[in-house]
Design a protein around this ligand. Structure first.
Ligand SMILES: [Zn+2]
Length: 488
């Protein structure tokens, strides 16, 4: 258990520094005690600036977190640095754009420092937790259990529904791509699959096969569905390619609902500039599914860092899961977990009432941009990143496109997807739809300890109730006790 810096010290922090502190404490899992006089480890702010530009050096120095008897000091400069990474500050400042209007990955500091495969923010939080344990002496300590059911990390399987109608067009585009890459055998296998499935709708069949593979493993996925009206221009750009009310999309949505999937919005290209469209597309999708739409992910991950998220929050989404790299896999915000999103637009500079669950791995990141066409190589990288999430007790969010099927140009993809699921499950994650994971993490963040009871136990309570119980644990994680919900 910890107490936060006193009111005066907190008010000396800039909004970004305060955000860094909140993210670090949340990810550290240390339970926060409200009674300032409680005899637990105190977290304090240190002012000397240890020079924090080089993140690898920061990590090597334990993020300059100082330990002493009953007090842990975190440099203000580290709070700022952590917040810069977790809010994508360098990307927010960048004016560079690629041909899809996205900030190029090279503008991200973690890419520049060759650290995309390492969740540096989560690492800093783990060092904070270690410092608290080392400074506690005989003071009581308690930590939030990382995930429900005694699981030490979590995984969310997500899918973007990009293709429903006109599938032969996508087959032709993919064959042209394979031809450019000299993938002669894959072209032949694709052509054969496409010819033998004509008239049998390979898109709907692939969708069912994917859902079957998940159901066999008791996995409930989260889906992201486009919900705007396609035009010739949007179709040619690979943006909106199907009518959400059309026959194909209606059949797909019905299948997803029958399987109990979470259905979210896949924001079209225009939403990232015209925020009013978020509310319109969200309403339209909710009308089709007859249930609230909790989450959003941008098609092609097209968004303006720190700005598009404001439109998402204003439209009432609970979470976004766009913050991954389109052209590589890894930790775009230095973390695989759920953190509050940041309002980075002019005059904003504050956390928003919407969560970010960054994408850590995407099926086609290696294929589309690095030219690697062997699905086994894709999933090997996915599993390595899942291990990094597991090591930091975080959340791995993976994207698999249902159109990766032989008739659309991906002969070995379905088998690779099944292997990916098996390898993830062998590592024992807590697996749930992303919306449920987000709500649970928000509830975990809201747990507080009023004070220490005479028998030494923490007087702990949760500020919101969730389906999966919240628990406190000791430093070893062996002894747990449940946390009662006390709605305010
Ligand atoms: Zn998409």
């Amino acid at each position: 258990m910890i107490t936060l810096p006193n009111r005066e010290a907190l008010s000396s922090l800039s909004p970004l520094e305060r955000f860094g502190l909140d993210v670090l404490v949340d990810l550290s899992r240390c339970a926060i005690v409200e009674d300032p006089a409680a005899d637990v480890v105190r977290v304090a702010i240190a002012d000397p600036d240890p020079k924090v530009a080089d993140l690898r050096a920061c990590a090597a120095q334990g993020w300059y977190i100082e330990r002493s008897d009953g007090v842990v000091r975190v440099p203000r400069a580290i709070l700022r640095r952590v917040a810069e990474i977790a809010t994508g500050a360098a990307e927010r400042r960048s004016t560079a754009r690629d041909r899809f209007g996205r900030v190029p990955s090279g503008e991200n500091e973690l890419v520049q420092q060759n650290l995309v495969a390492e969740p540096v923010v989560a690492d800093a939080a783990a060092r904070l937790r270690e410092a608290v344990v080392a400074s506690a002496d005989r003071r009581p300590t308690a930590f939030l259990t990382p995930w429900p059911d005694g699981k030490r990390w979590a995984a969310a399987i997500t899918h973007d529904l990009d293709v429903v109608d006109l599938w032969p067009v996508f087959t032709a585009l993919r064959m042209a791509e394979l031809a450019r890459k000299g993938q002669v055998r894959r072209i032949a296998r694709t052509a054969w699959s496409a010819i033998t499935t004509i008239g049998r709708n390979p898109v709907q069949r692939a969708l069912r096969a994917l859902l079957d593979a998940e159901r066999e493993r008791s996995i409930v996925p989260s889906w992201f569905v486009l919900c705007g009206t396609p035009t010739f221009r949007t179709m040619r750009a690979g943006d909106l390619t199907y009518h959400p009310e059309g026959r194909g999309a209606t059949a797909a949505l019905r299948t997803l609902q029958d399987r109990g999937c979470e259905i979210n919005l896949h924001g079209s290209f225009a939403t990232s500039d015209d925020h009013a469209l978020f509310a319109e597309q969200r309403r339209r999708l909710a009308g089709l599914t007859q249930s609230p739409v909790l989450g959003v992910r941008q098609h092609f991950l097209r968004m303006r860092p720190g700005e598009t998220i404001r439109g998402m929050a204003a439209a009432g989404f609970r979470y976004d899961t766009t913050a991954g790299f389109p052209d590589r896999n890894g930790f775009r915000l230095g973390v695989g977990d759920v953190i509050p999103a940041w309002d980075g637009a002019g005059g904003g500079e504050q956390p928003l009432d919407i969560q970010e669950a960054p994408v850590i791995w995407m099926d086609r990141a290696l294929s589309k941009y690095a030219g690697i066409e062997d699905p086994d190589a894709w999933i090997t990288e996915g599993i390595a990143l899942a291990d990094a999430c597991r090591a930091t007790e975080g959340l791995w969010v993976g994207v698999w496109h249902p159109n990766l099927t032989p008739a659309l140009g991906f002969p070995d993809a379905p088998a690779a997807f099944a292997a990916l699921l098996d390898r993830l499950l062998a590592r024992q994650p807590f697996v749930a739809p992303l919306g449920r994971l987000v709500e649970w993490r928000v509830a975990r963040r809201g747990v507080r300890v009023r004070g220490i009871l005479p028998d030494g136990r923490p007087d702990v309570y949760a500020t919101r109730s969730v389906t999966d119980p919240l628990t406190l644990e000791d430093v070893s994680g062996a002894r747990r006790h449940s946390i009662p919900a006390t709605p305010r």
